[in-house]
Ligand binder design. Structure first.
Ligand SMILES: [Mg+2]
Length: 266
């Protein structure tokens, strides 16, 4: 990664993308090879749509998946459930972190204090901690497997908030993430859309940690294989529930929002 001044926000002078598909990776873009192939074929014909990946993975893990699945390089990634944002360098291969976003997302983040309180809690087994020394490793979140009970997430969040730690507990099928209350995929995608200057946006997801970006006010699609609570949930009118799974659901969502009348500026 190229070194630049720490307080610089990379998108200011280099990145613009008018049309953006901001999508979760696991279970949304990735999960069905046939649907991914259909999506890649569609994308070849619509290169004006830039991609942004919003994932619970760390940067290192997200890039591994991009390589392994041969995914298109996105204009940017929101990783660690939105706690970090990386932009693609425009004139050379590589990525640059948006340090301004990092400061916003992590302004009140006290990982040691969070860890002290959640280690050993019933129903939540922490296995991923903040700041492992790897610059692209997990940051700005403390995560682990959980028992899938709503009351566990409520208990974790309550305990931390009562200790004066402004955090939120975000849950998915298998994992519970504790992140700063200023972070999350929704806040990160709003920030990214502004930085990229995007006017046409489609947000796509399948799991609990996608909830806030799906309801961020942009045209959005819940893919057909999404968690039941998302498929049955109460959503604003900007959220379309697809019947088709994975990346086929993304295409169905794009068709719904942009396919006929053509434009739906935000
Ligand atoms: Mg997912």
């Amino acid at each position: 990664m190229r070194k630049r001044r720490k307080n610089r926000s990379p998108s200011e002078d280099s990145f613009r993308a008018e049309r953006v598909i901001a999508t979760d990776l696991d279970g949304t873009l990735v999960g069905s090879r046939a649907c991914l192939e259909a999506f890649l074929h569609w994308r070849d014909e619509h290169p004006e749509w830039q991609l942004v990946y919003a994932t619970g993975r760390s940067m290192a893990s997200a890039l591994e998946l991009v390589q392994e699945q041969n995914l298109p390089e996105p204009a940017a990634l929101a990783v660690d459930v939105g706690s970090r944002i990386f932009f693609r360098l425009r004139c050379e291969p590589g990525w640059e972190e948006d340090h301004r976003w990092r400061r916003i997302a992590a302004a009140t983040w006290r990982p040691e204090a969070v860890l002290r309180l959640v280690r050993g809690m019933d129903g939540f087994a922490v296995d991923t901690v903040d700041d492992t020394g790897d610059p692209w490793g997990p940051r700005g979140r403390i995560s682990g497997c959980w028992d899938g009970k709503e009351e566990t997430a409520i208990r974790v969040e309550k305990l931390l908030r009562e200790a004066g730690l402004p955090v939120k507990a975000v849950t998915g099928r298998d994992r519970l993430d504790v992140i700063p209350s200023t972070s999350g995929k929704g806040a990160a995608v709003r920030y990214l859309v502004r930085k990229l200057g995007a006017r046409w946006v489609l947000v796509c997801g399948d799991g609990g940690n996608d909830r806030d970006m799906l309801s961020a006010g942009f045209p959005a699609v819940v893919v057909g294989n999404a968690e039941e609570s998302l498929r049955q949930g109460q959503w604003p009118s900007s959220v379309y529930i697809a019947s088709r799974p994975y990346a086929c659901g993304i295409l169905q969502g794009w068709e719904h929002w942009y396919g006929e009348a053509g434009v739906y500026p935000i």
